[in-house]
Design a protein around this ligand. Structure first.
Ligand SMILES: [Zn+2]
Length: 385
């Protein structure tokens, strides 16, 4: 059974609207103030216009280094979704906590906070850090500032547990998500005069064909990484815009595409192959008009994550969750960013991704109770692993 106090805290966080487009400061200030009453100071790092913040705090100041409990404070929106409960109501029904963020991932944050005093009282030889970020759902942007701040401040945590919803099963790998926008500038003309034009849609299509060929190449040739739903890297085009009329050769076209790379794949080489193809097409375009060509923008680059069953933090998560095995997850998280900063990382949190981002998102009270036991076990731990 989850304690009433921890459940109330999870409800309180769910009731705060922290859709990524909004400020998350209500939640961050709430956590900061709660920690302050326990005598714990928080480090806040802000976005450019100071409307959003990350929070980092150390419980057990003076201990040599610690274990990070990491969660993102933002949620996806619910526009157009058919909910039978108010997404901000945090209703408890049928053994479930309902609401946006209940699974992804405010319950984990609430359970960490509910155990703050236990972490302070802990006799463990390591500290516990809270790392609560903004703008994870739109590209893991906030946590980069937080990680840079730790580096600048010389804070070197021992390990990181990311409480994304894995059903409390430790996850040790996920693919990356790399998204780009390609803007094609051609030259317009009456469609009866095509030799005097550069058709932006057709040039875009050539590049899209390249991306499709690459995707088929991954499927045919890439060494498999068993355990993922799709055990090879994928590429796809998600949006396309172009053209104004049937009889006008289009000057502009724009498309967005993504790679979801295996942890064992080279995603930089994937994007480079697209850039190379664009550079190869440009001379032919520029023979007609010099200001034509391709321009690329990065939408997001969320690195893949590959932990290890042998990492002490994986064994710690197994012990605290009571799970003997590990899993892989299909979704991106901040794990690759922490791992790439030299911090051994595992993903383990309450609720299931199948309910995340959906109408009537929920986390079962049973999952919350398992996460609470995990936190209490962590406070009682005398070593990592
Ligand atoms: Zn999440």
């Amino acid at each position: 059974m989850i304690s009433p106090q921890a459940l109330a805290l999870a409800q309180e966080l769910v009731r705060m609207n922290t859709v990524s487009a909004n400020s998350n400061l209500e939640l961050i200030h709430f956590v900061r103030d709660a920690l302050r009453t326990l005598g714990v100071a928080s480090r806040l790092t802000f976005n450019a216009d100071k409307t959003k913040a990350n929070l980092f705090a150390t419980l057990g100041e003076g201990k040599p280094a610690g274990v990070i409990l990491s969660g993102h404070t933002d949620t996806v929106p619910w526009d157009g979704q058919d909910w039978t409960v108010d997404p901000l109501s945090a209703a408890v029904q049928d053994g479930r906590l309902y609401g946006r963020g209940s699974a992804d991932m405010k319950s984990f944050i609430a359970l960490a906070l509910a155990n703050a005093q236990a972490f302070l009282d802990s006799a463990a030889p390591f500290a516990i850090h809270f790392a609560f970020s903004y703008d994870e759902e739109v590209g893991c942007f906030g946590v980069r500032e937080l990680i840079a701040d730790l580096r600048d401040a010389g804070i070197r945590p021992l390990a990181c547990i990311i409480g994304e919803p894995t059903g409390m099963v430790p996850a040790i790998a996920h693919k990356g998500v790399y998204r780009y926008k390609c803007c094609v500038r051609g030259k317009e003309a009456h469609s009866s005069l095509t030799p005097q034009s550069v058709n932006a849609i057709e040039m875009a299509a050539r590049l899209i064909g390249k991306i499709r060929d690459m995707a088929e190449g991954f499927e045919d040739n890439e060494p498999r990484y068993e355990g993922f739903d799709v055990p090879f890297s994928t590429a796809s085009v998600g949006q396309f815009h172009g053209g104004i009329a049937d009889n006008v050769v289009p000057r502009d076209a724009e498309f967005r595409y993504e790679f979801r790379d295996l942890p064992t794949a080279d995603v930089r080489a994937m994007q480079q192959a697209v850039l190379d193809q664009a550079r190869a097409l440009e001379p032919g375009m520029q023979r007609v008009a010099s200001d034509t060509g391709f321009r690329f923008e990065t939408i997001c680059e969320i690195p893949s994550f590959l932990g290890s069953v042998d990492d002490p933090v994986t064994r710690l998560a197994q012990r605290l969750s009571g799970e003997k095995g590990t899993t892989l997850v299909a979704f991106g998280t901040e794990a690759g960013l922490f791992k790439n900063a030299g911090i051994p990382t595992v993903v383990c949190g309450p609720g299931h991704i199948a309910q995340a981002h959906q109408p009537d998102e929920y986390a079962s009270l049973d999952q919350l109770a398992r996460c609470e036991a995990f936190m209490r076990g962590l406070a009682a731990s005398r070593s990592i692993a």
